[in-house]
Design a protein. Sequence first.
Length: 331
Amino acid sequence: MRPDGGLPLNVLGIDVGGTKIAVAHVADGEVRASLEVPTPLESTDALLAAITGLVREVSAKTGRPDAIGLGVPSQIDFATGTVRSSMNIPLADVPLRARLEEQLGVPVFVDNDANVAALAEHARGGAENLVMLTLGTGVGGGVVIGGQLFRGATGLGAELGHIVIHGDGPNCPGMCPNRGCLEAYCSGSALERDATELARDLPDSPLAQAAEEGGRVRGRVVVELARRGDRDALRLLEELGRNLGIGIATIVNVFEPRQVLIGGGLSRAADLFLDRARDEARARALPALFANVEIATARGGPEAGVIGAAALAEQELARLGDTSTTPEGTR
């Protein structure tokens, strides 16, 4: 709804990932129209052309948007919408908000994909105070406090995947210069590293037999073997759960959320590790803070990215108290 109480806002949500771009018209937290294409990775210009092309196609069906929200797997200076770093897509140092506003002529708000995922959970009936952890190739984090995203001083905060749980642990597989952080233990990259090392130590094991050329054991293979009852695969996922619980205990102690929600690709295997994570978090968090927290898998599903991005656009327009459809109205 518009801040002035007029007709409902017309907003689009955009989810940019390493494999696909999705653009959707979202109303009342539900996707009404959407399109998607594979992500062009050859250049920034190709990527922006794909985004603007999809926006125009969806807008032709649903009308000119009042605002657009966009989530990307990157570090974002939220005030300017500039991408500070981006590992998998060609957006590093790109003033994404300014370039899209120039091309599309409507307000655009850009945020990290884990923040957007957290907003999607809130928009779909989640708690006013929640923390989202996305377990995928890396580990992302999003924090909602009082219904609003917490971003830190410039929008780069809430990098929960880089809280340290073991000071002398392995190097972070991402861009973090630290070691022993949550991403080094609970990401898909970490699971593959540990499975590959274990397969080398156990050459006759099902893990070793499932290894690809070069000895690499994929995370999905670990999950498949665990579902068949393989003890080594189950042990890897139990250890992932234990380390996740250590991280969750710290998150509970810092933020005292009502919910800690687990999303990302690895969450599809949550039945194999989330109970262990809950037990570990319960044993380590301050009891009074842990007593009222729910630890569960996220509900957003494949549409979470566009739903959260649309919620971002609505929230920012409401915060600014301005429904102008010109870029100048967003400043």
